[in-house]
Design a protein around this ligand. Structure first.
Ligand code: PMP
Length: 436
């Protein structure tokens, strides 16, 4: 019937079944911690969709707010006329913002947030008469979406090798050697000095050419790599020393994943600009937000001199319906104390995750907040095959995980119960036992 389209009739580059050919799953419904497939199978959501549905699925408050807003004001041409919701949303977001970062610009995705943040950094230097600061520095293995900004600073080479990226973009070495931290809990002890790689680029290019460094405080797409102790502090210091802006890409870590509103608070380091998306609307509608420090905002939006350096905005920036979804989401985060809930679950989460140590092929386990990763040794003849097999078997057993190569990543909705944590790891443990 309608539920089961003819998959061969379409070619979609990112179809939901792109890599699931061994266990085709089409989702029909979602509620709370569960997806339901068109075949009626329940799947426990171990990844909050794609790191976004932090409140669980189909929240009534969000549904209501979205339908009401859609019926009231469906669109506002914000280049000509505004509407109240982005103001209300910015005020609500600023209550969660790290110190000083309460100037908020709206986008429609993580990739757009990254482009926006990078452009802000360039505009900031230009407004201050340092327009030669045009280099943007990312980190190896960093993921910042698929816009030209994001792939230029991104460190997953497959994402950028086909394209001509921004001139002057460069990368610092990654911070983390998994084999040195196998099975350790908490932040890795080694590697803070990797932040000094920025000094290498300063010596190479000259500080006066570098606009910004962008990092994920915890690398997500590369396989949940928490920063070594002291690394982010050192990165902050080296940026300050050379007048370089520090951007945190919090598209994954934002909205509670680490037990505070943002990684900036959880890890105690404040960037100059911060990108977000995903959890801002609980995944219900596309939206992103960039949090700029007042010093950045005031330089690019009000001069000096009177010029506005930051000429930027999207048709759908501050879209009324997305704002309504975000306001409803923020209200649930706040009302239900979900950020602090992560703190109380993190110990159990860590214990259950690390109990998988000793399962076949497991060579590393990493966790922070309600994020986790299990790294499997690659099959010599077929790197990535084990990860893929775990993904397929887990789906068949009723659990959604994410596999990037041989790394299994987990990031359940923050509403997960202790029982559901138990169930998740019971399924995963069984799956790992079955993968040769
Ligand atoms: N930055 C980070 C850190 C991300 O994890 C992602 C998406 N996973 C993005 C940017 C891009 O977001 P989007 O797919 O919404 O463009």
């Amino acid at each position: 019937g309608d539920n089961r389209p003819d998959l061969s009739a379409f070619w979609m580059p990112f179809t939901a079944n792109r890599q699931y050919k061994d266990a085709p799953r089409l989702l029909a419904e979602a509620s709370g911690m569960y997806y339901r497939t068109v075949d009626g199978d329940e799947v426990l959501d171990g990844t909050a969709g794609l790191w976004c549905c932090n409140l669980g699925h189909a929240r009534e408050e969000i549904t209501q707010a979205v339908s009401r807003q859609l019926a009231t004001l469906d669109f506002a041409p914000t280049f000509q006329m505004g509407h109240p919701l982005p103001f209300r949303l910015a005020a609500a977001l600023s209550e969660f913002a790290p110190p000083g970062l309460d100037r908020i610009f709206f986008t429609n995705s993580g990739s757009e947030s990254v482009d926006t943040a990078l452009k802000m950094a360039l505009a900031y230097h230009r407004a201050r008469g340092e327009g030669q600061r045009v280099r943007l520095i990312g980190r190896e293995k960093g993921y910042h979406g698929v816009g030209f900004g994001g792939i230029s600073v991104g460190g997953l080479v497959n994402n950028r090798r086909t394209y001509l990226t921004l001139p002057g973009a460069d990368h610092i070495a990654h911070t983390f050697d998994p084999e040195r931290n196998a099975f350790s809990r908490g932040l890795p002890d080694h590697g803070a000095e990797k932040a000094d790689e920025v000094e290498r680029l300063v010596a190479l290019h000259g500080a006066e050419t570098i606009a910004a460094v962008i990092v994920e405080p915890v690398a997500g797409s590369a396989g949940v790599l928490p920063p070594p102790k002291g690394y982010l502090e050192r990165l902050r210091a080296v940026c300050d020393r050379h007048g370089i802006l520090l951007i945190f890409d919090e598209v994954i870590t934002g909205f509670g994943r680490l037990g505070e509103p943002f990684a900036a608070q959880a890890l105690g380091v404040t960037p100059d600009i911060m990108t977000t998306a995903k959890g801002i609307t609980n995944g219900a509608l596309p939206m992103g937000a960039v949090f700029a420090h007042r010093k950045v905002h005031d330089a690019i939006v009000q001069g000096p001199p009177a010029a506005i350096e930051f000429f930027h905005g999207y048709t759908y920036s501050g879209h009324p319906v997305a704002c309504a979804a975000a306001l409803a989401s923020l209200e649930i985060y706040r009302r239900d104390g979900l950020f602090t809930r992560v703190k109380s679950l993190a110990g159990l989460w860590e214990d259950r995750l690390h109990a998988l140590r000793g399962k076949p092929n497991v060579i590393d386990i990493r966790n922070i907040g309600l994020m986790g990763a299990i790294e499997l040794s690659p099959r010599p003849d077929a790197p990535g095959a084990r990860g893929y097999e775990v993904l397929v078997r887990a789906l068949k057993a009723g659990l959604l995980v994410r596999a990037t190569g041989d790394i299994i990543a987990l990031s359940p909705p923050l509403i997960i119960s202790e029982d559901e944590i138990g169930k998740l790891f019971e399924i995963l443990g069984g799956v790992l036992d079955g993968v040769a």
